[in-house]
Design a protein around this ligand. Structure first.
Ligand SMILES: [Zn+2]
Length: 462
């Protein structure tokens, strides 16, 4: 990127920088990218030596950030479309995860990140819980890096029920995390960084979870944990239990937490923790309403994730839209039967814009590098067409983006100044991507046909 300049010209610019006055407001202007960074945002910039990107019919804004996705599952698209959480656990976590080869996780991550880029997502917290061997860990990383976007590779501690597990003891997996940290991340500052995706508390128990969190903290790594996602056989106060063990903190990104109590949600907020809400999977899989409203009211800053492509789309706008409108439904329902309509909506579209950009950047530990169009930050930004049939005319850019736009309206995507989508098409070898994902899809299908009869006890398929 040395000395490369790009001038994005005449766009409807939305910086999402709180210091720019009304949050989410727009102006017609230019953005200058220089050596991967935002060099200037202004009404008019003169840079004759820059590569010109005409943006007069586009919204120009920070890239969207997905704080919870199991990117490895891309080849499993739609497998669990009619499944509950129990069905998902059986079909994906206890069945298909067993037959994943290193090349499957590499392909899933590569193609999955291309899918994210296509949807205007420039960074993902990848909760990688199919690290069945050291080779799986390396392949997962390779796939993320190849796609070119920003990601936290959440090294998964979850144990997939393998017949001959390469990791025999917790210490083996811990040693592999340390190997990955030492050999794959010798210097900081790259687009892909390392984190820890913990085991699920109801499965692993608090002692193991505490050991995983301590290990992550010794390496200074961000941590993500699923919490309060199910109530069988009964709802456990998982966050409260973690709190009693002194585990809460600002490096913890909780996922779902729908069934956490208000007290638990407040403790997450008070300790500087984060929550990723994934409304589409949560609604299907009986986890209860999204926590975004409660978390906001109790002082937290919510974020969104797409979670599992094995179930739903990788469209982050759809997640935020579902989360917002579900919260509004719950709020308005309180007025039903009172013979008057509900008059004020508490949660606003601007709150969702924050969740997908500013909040999510902070949750990834990247608040000083991405999340807003601000001079000096890395140039992670997107152009969204405002002249498509479903995006014209323009009344409010945030509303158009959140409630009307879809990945097909994303015209261009830049990550650290590098163009990864242009004129509505990915800058990638799509024939190769398709060949890879089809090969993985066919392997998994053939392997589970053989493997289905050897499911772990208690998870016999119907
Ligand atoms: Zn998840």
């Amino acid at each position: 990127m040395a000395d490369h300049k790009t001038l994005i010209k005449g766009g409807t610019v939305m910086t999402l920088d709180e210091r720019d006055g009304a949050f989410g407001s727009t102006f017609t202007g230019d953005v200058l990218i220089e050596n991967g960074r935002i060099a200037l945002v202004a009404a008019r910039i003169n840079a004759p030596d820059a590569e010109l990107v005409e943006a007069s019919d586009c919204l120009v804004m920070p890239g969207l950030i997905d704080t919870h996705r199991h990117v490895w599952q891309t080849a499993l698209r739609g497998v669990t479309h009619d499944e509950t959480l129990k069905g998902y656990m059986r079909e994906i976590r206890f069945l298909r995860a067993r037959v994943y080869r290193p090349e499957d996780i590499r392909t899933g991550n590569y193609v999955g990140m291309l899918e994210a880029i296509n949807a205007g997502i420039t960074a993902v917290w990848d909760f990688s819980h199919c690290v069945n061997s050291p080779a799986h860990a390396d392949a997962a990383l390779d796939g993320l890096i190849d796609a070119g976007a920003r990601a936290v590779f959440g090294y998964g501690f979850n144990e997939v029920p393998l017949d001959v597990p390469p990791f025999k003891r917790f210490e083996d997996r811990l040693a592999d995390l340390q190997r990955v940290a030492a050999t794959r991340f010798p210097v900081t500052g790259g687009l892909v960084t390392l984190g820890v995706a913990t085991s699920d508390l109801p499965i692993c128990g608090i002692e193991r979870l505490a050991a995983e969190i301590r290990a992550a903290r010794e390496l200074g790594l961000p941590i993500s944990v699923h919490s309060n996602t199910w109530e069988f056989p009964e709802r456990d106060p998982e966050v409260a239990l973690m709190d009693r063990h002194g585990l809460l903190g600002p490096d913890l990104l909780f996922v779902h937490s729908n069934l956490s109590s208000d007290e638990e949600i407040k403790r997450i907020a008070d300790t500087g923790g984060w929550i990723s809400s994934t409304p589409e999977t949560e609604m299907q899989m009986s986890m209860g309403p999204s926590v975004i409203g409660r978390f906001s009211r109790l002082g937290g800053r919510p974020t969104f994730g797409c979670d599992i492509i094995s179930n739903n789309s990788g469209d982050l706008l759809a997640q935020a839209r579902l989360g917002l409108q579900t919260e509004r439904m719950l709020e308005c329902a309180q007025s039903l039967g009172r013979k008057h309509g509900h008059e004020d909506l508490t949660l606003r579209t601007a709150d969702m814009l924050r969740a997908m950009t500013v909040n999510a950047a902070a949750a990834l530990g990247l608040a000083d590098r991405v999340g807003t169009l601000t001079k000096g930050k890395d140039a992670d930004l997107i152009l969204v067409r405002l002249d498509d049939i479903n995006t014209m005319p323009l009344h409010d850019a945030g509303a158009t983006l959140l409630l009307h736009a879809h990945p097909g309206n994303v015209d261009s995507v830049f990550v650290a100044g590098r163009c990864l989508k242009r004129h509505g098409r990915l800058v990638a070898d799509m024939a190769r991507a398709r060949r890879l994902i089809m090969e993985s899809h066919e392997h998994v299908n053939a392997a589970i046909a053989r493997d289905r009869s050897t499911l772990p006890p208690g998870y016999k398929a119907a």
